[in-house]
Design a protein around this ligand. Sequence first.
Ligand code: NI
Ligand code: MN
Length: 224
Amino acid sequence: MALSMTFLGHSGFVFDDGNHKLAIDPFLTGNPVAKAKPEDVRCSYIALTHGHEDHVGDTESIAKTNDATVLAAYEICNYLGKQGVKKLEPGNPGGKINTDFGWVAFTQAFHSSSYQGQYMGLPCGLIVNMGGATVYHCGDTALFSDMKLIGEIYKPDIACIPIGDRFTMGPELGTRAAEFIKPKVAIPIHYATFPGMLVPDASGFTPTGVEVKILEPGETWRYG
Ligand code: NI
Ligand code: MN
C-alpha cells in the first residue's frame, strides 16, 4: 500500500491509493500558482476543509464532471446540493466517515467559514486514512494545543500545515504545530499563493524531529 499525493498549489491535493482518487480543497480557477485545470482533475471523492473560496474552489464543476462524492461540513453539503451536486457526505468536527478507500475524520480548526457571504458551518481539519497512510490536513487554522491530542489519537504519518500567516499560522507557529502533531513528514501549505499577502517561501518552517517535505504545485510525491 502506498499513497501518492499531488500538490495542486495553496491547500489543494489529489491523493491516489492506486484504486481511488480523493481531491482536497481543489482551488484551481483563480489560483495563480496552480498548474492543473479543473477539467484535468479525475477523482471519485472530494473533501473540503471549509467554505472559503480558496478551498471550495472548483468543487462544484469537478464533482459534476466526475460524479464524485463530496465530504464536507453539513452546511457546505447543503449549499452544494442546491447547486446540483448529487453525492454528498456531510460531517462535523469529531466525526468520521467511512469510504471505499478508508475514512475521513473532521477535526476542529480555529478559523471562519463562509462562501459568498453565506455561513458554511464550522471550519475543519481533515484526517484522511488512505493507501495505508494517515494524513492530517489542518485546513486553515491558528495554532491550538489540542493538535497534540489529535497527533496522539490519529498518529498521522503526514501533516499538511498552513504557514502563510495573516489568515492562518505563519512559519513560526506552523513549526510549533508540527512539533505538537509529531507526524513523520510535514508538508507546508497555504503560502506563496498570493504575493504580498502570504509568506513567500517555507524557509521559516523548521520543526525539530519532523521531516519537512516541500512540494511545488503540480508535483507528485509518493509515501510508503
Ligand atoms: Ni480560509
Ligand atoms: Mn484559505
